[in-house]
Every structure is written in structure tokens, then in C-alpha cells.
Design a protein around this ligand. Structure first.
Ligand code: 13P
Length: 285
């Protein structure tokens, strides 16, 4: 089986009205867990490497591991670069075999965002690689800003139309009330805004970042209103990898790292399976 593009898996999601789960991976066991979960649910899956994760693993290792895992499990998988801000990093990932990249210039001015995104689209499209970009800004919980300040960074629907036209992207990440990381209080999604952006851009797959901690019913509603890719990272990193590894290392009498690896794989697969059920992509491989 193979690495496929984001555009390929989101095309069908758009036609049939579901979202595809996009999961960050930080270790090999984490990646295997994603594949295992997707296989169990016969679901498409998007494996996301952040720039930080890639600095540790190296892009050739990441690409080789994903190709191997897709083959071993007999699944198609999207290999997506998450939140890259640097054109040269993106270029290297395209050259090495990523099938999808995100250029995140959302903290720049509208025109700077358009300019670099269009440049990435121009390069990636030569190799058939998909491009996601962000308009508005999804911050992190660590950015200590008020609710009003956060809302000022939400995606403006009319700007989204211009942005998509000016750049030629394949998927649009929107800022509609989620943040990256765990929430201090329950997130409040701006559903009318999602509906409006989808109404103006019915063919454009919308991406929801900051999936950790979002209640299942909010996911369902967001999908009904047009979300087609949902990102989950922190839950896998903390609950799937870190907590499970720590407990296993503390309690495993055999001192055998393979036992720890198996536990991490299963914990990640379980999280992925649960999310796939909510996103409606089970059986859509
Ligand atoms: P969380 O870490 O909040 O799940 O967000 C992940 C994400 O959006 C990656 O781009």
C-alpha cells in the first residue's frame, strides 16, 4: 500500500460529509499505533509530523517509516508536515516524499501569508503534493490572551474566500475557537462562523486544529457544518505515549522495552479508533 495525498482522501470526505482524523506522531510506536487503529476501523488516516518531531527523527527516517508502516499494515496513509513556517523545510519534505504539507504563515499579514502560501503551492503542485494553509490564527493555550483578543484572530469568512482564490490551496485551517493543547475550560466553538465559511467555500475542505479536549458532540456538529480534517496531537503525546510509557517503565519487571512499545502502540491505536468513530470515517479506507 502507499502514501497518498491529502487531496485524495479529503475529496471523498467532502462528497460524503465526514472528517478524516489527522494524528501527530512523535515516536515509531506512536506511528504504528495510528496505523493499527486505522486498520482496525478500515479508515483513511493522516499521519502528521511536526517540524520539531522531524528534527529529532530526520525527514528520510520519517518518510521511510511511514512507507514501511503503510505496507506492513496494508493501508493507504497520508504523510503530512504539520505547521511548517519555513519554505526550505517544506521544500525538503516535498523532495523527500511527503504527500502533504502545511504552510503556517497565519501570524503574518494577509499579504505575506498569501505570498508564501502561493509559493509553496507552486512548488508542491509540481510534485503532486497537497498543501494546507491557515487563515486567522489558532493559538496555543500557552498564549495568555483574553477571549476578546482570541476572537479577533478568528477567520473572517470573506477573507477566506479571497485567500483560497489567491493561493490555490487544497485545505484551509480555520480559527473558530479551538486552541492547541489541553483546555483550561471547555472550548467554545463558533459554529455560525464554520457554517458561513463552508457556505461561501462549499468545495474547500476545512481543517480544525486543536482537537484534544473538544467534546465529541462539538466534533459531530463541526463536521456536519463542513469540517473535513480534524487534528489531534496532545492527547496522543501525553496520554498515548508519555503516561503509558512512564507507567510501563515503572512497573515492567522484565526491563524489556518491547513490552513498553506494545503498550504505547495499543494506547495510541485505542485513541485513534475512538476518534475515527466520532469523525465518521470508519469503513471509508
Ligand atoms: P492538539 O494538540 O490540541 O490536539 O492540536 C493538534 C493540532 O492541531 C496539530 O496541528
Amino acid at each position: 500500500m502507499a502514501l497518498v495525498t491529502l487531496k485524495h482522501v479529503l475529496n471523498r470526505a467532502c462528497k460524503e460529509g465526514y472528517a478524516v482524523g489527522a494524528f501527530n506522531f512523535f515516536t515509531l510506536e506512536n506511528l504504528i499505533g495510528l496505523a493499527k487503529g486505522a486498520k482496525a476501523k478500515n479508515s483513511p488516516v493522516i499521519a502528521m509530523a511536526s517540524v520539531g518531531a522531524m528534527k529529532i527523527m530526520g525527514e528520510k527516517t520519517v518518510v521511510g517509516a511511514c512507507q514501511g508502516v503503510a505496507d506492513d499494515f496494508g493501508i493507504d496513509m497520508v504523510l503530512h508536515l504539520d505547521h511548517a513556517t519555513d519554505y526550505d523545510v517544506i521544500r525538503r519534505c516535498v523532495d523527500n516524499g511527503f504527500t502533504s504539507v502545511m504552510i503556517d504563515a497565519s501570524s503574518k499579514s494577509y499579504q505575506e501569508n498569501v505570498d508564501i502560501t502561493a509559493r509553496v503551492v507552486e512548488y508542491a503542485s509540481r510534485y503532486g503534493v497537497s498543501v494546507e494553509a491557515e487563515l486567522g490564527h489558532v493559538g496555543g493555550k500557552e498564549d495568555d490572551i483574553s477571549v476578546d483578543e482570541r476572537e479577533a484572530l478568528f477567520t473572517v469568512p470573506e477573507d477566506a474566500v479571497r485567500f483560497v482564490r489567491d493561493t490555490g490551496i487544497d485545505a484551509l485551517a480555520v480559527a473558530v475557537g479551538t486552541v492547541h493543547g489541553f483546555y483550561k475550560s471547555e472550548p467554545k466553538l463558533d459554529f455560525p462562523r464554520i457554517a458561513k465559511i463552508h457556505e461561501l467555500l462549499p468545495e474547500m475542505p476545512l481543517v480544525l486544529h486543536g482537537g484534544t479536549g473538544v467534546p465529541d458532540d462539538d466534533f459531530r456538529k463541526a463536521i456536519q457544518l463542513g469540517m473535513r480534517k480534524i487534528n489531534v496531537g496532545t492527547e496522543l503525546k501525553v496520554h498515548g505515549v508519555f503516561d503509558v510509557s512512564r507507567e510501563a517503565y515503572d512497573t515492567e519487571p522484565s526491563h524489556d522495552p518491547r513490552k513498553v512499545a506494545s503498550k504505547v502502540i495499543d494506547a495510541c491505536a485505542k485513541i485513534v479508533e475512538e476518534k475515527i468513530d466520532v469523525m465518521g470515517c470508519a469503513g471509508k479506507a
